[in-house]
Design a protein around this ligand. Structure first.
Ligand SMILES: C[S@@+](CC[C@H](N)C(=O)[O-])C[C@H]1O[C@@H](n2cnc3c(N)ncnc32)[C@H](O)[C@@H]1O
Length: 298
């Protein structure tokens, strides 16, 4: 038999409350108990809770304490929002929570969020998968107190020369920059360090593998930062005067037919472009609008 309440493990995004999903906000507003990662999630997000909701910051709670509050609440038939930073599936310590919920037969659901990785890419105005540059993103961390499984040391991952997004590791910037160069990334490989993306004190530091560590040290950044490495974060890609050529993806190419569009041919495609703009797009009719759970249509 399942217990009466329900738990939502919610990804809150990187910090900016406007990057919460509509679903996350609706669930927070209707929860009886909020347990939020107050080291990386702003109080404003927990503040969407209804009056009378009980709010806990989890940064100084142990797993036992978090789960005992959670299990007590669901036994009382309450709805619990466990709010985590970014997306819960990345470095969220969610599996250990889910296993306890499974063991106790508690109904739970995961609500995805905007990972800091994607919020950082947005601030950098970077496409992490640039055609003919790299089509792969590796999300990882440097070895520290947590040992890396075999084959996942930075030196192994670096061999791919893809875009590397490194979480939880900014204190090891000198070692990381050295290891990546040892593994074959050129010294002038672009690197961006994104500190507290989506917060008022957000800071972006750009450099190369050669100079980024010193820049990070000078800026005194020791936590809450992501390191993104690879040619995809080269600011020259955006600069039309840099002389850097960029391949165009097939998706919107006139020469490419796919499921939703036939390849255009010369003048026909140009005419179509002009018509599209002049037609002014189209209005979505209410009956064709996508159903949103929780609307009066429910
Ligand atoms: C415990 S992990 C959580 C990651 C989260 N689940 C996500 O998807 O973004 C915390 C690490 O994520 C990164 N991080 C989280 N929020 C960030 C932010 N707002 N700006 C930059 N890095 C952030 C940092 O590397 C930080 O050390």
């Amino acid at each position: 038999m399942t217990v009466a309440g329900k738990v939502y493990i919610i990804g809150a995004g990187p910090g900016d409350p406007e990057l919460l999903t509509l679903k996350a906000k609706r669930l927070i507003e209707s929860s009886d108990v909020i347990i939020y990662a107050d080291s990386l999630v702003p109080a404003e997000i927990a503040g969407f809770a209804k009056p009378g909701a009980r709010i806990f910051g989890s940064k100084d709670m142990s797993l036992d304490a978090i789960m005992s509050v959670t299990l007590q609440a669901v036994a009382d038939g309450k709805i619990v929002s466990r709010i985590q930073s970014g997306d819960p599936s990345l470095y969220g310590a969610t599996l250990e929570q889910m296993r306890i919920l499974e063991a106790q037969k508690v109904d739970y659901e995961i609500i995805p969020g905007v990972s800091a990785a994607f919020a950082a890419a947005a601030v950098l105005k970077a496409e992490l998968t640039v055609p003919e540059v790299t089509q792969t993103v590796i999300m990882t961390r440097a070895e520290g107190r947590v040992a890396m499984p075999e084959g996942e040391a930075l030196i192994d991952l670096a061999r791919h020369r893809s875009t590397l997004v490194i979480f939880l590791s900014v204190t090891r910037m000198f070692r990381i920059a050295g290891q990546l160069q040892d593994a074959g990334y050129p010294a002038d490989t672009p690197v961006a360090v994104a500190y507290r993306v989506g917060w008022p004190d957000e800071l972006i530091i750009r450099g190369t593998l050669q100079d980024i560590a010193q820049k990070v040290r000078d800026a005194k950044i020791t936590l809450q930062a992501l390191i993104i490495v690879g040619p995809a974060v080269d600011p020259k890609l955006l600069d039309p005067d840099s002389g850097q050529q960029v391949a165009v993806s097939h998706l919107y190419s006139d020469e490419y037919t796919h499921l939703y569009r036939r390849a255009g041919r010369g003048a026909h495609a140009d005419a179509q472009r002009a018509e599209l703009y002049e037609a002014g797009g189209y209005e979505i009719q209410p009956e064709a609008a996508p159903h949103v759970a929780g609307t009066p249509a429910d």
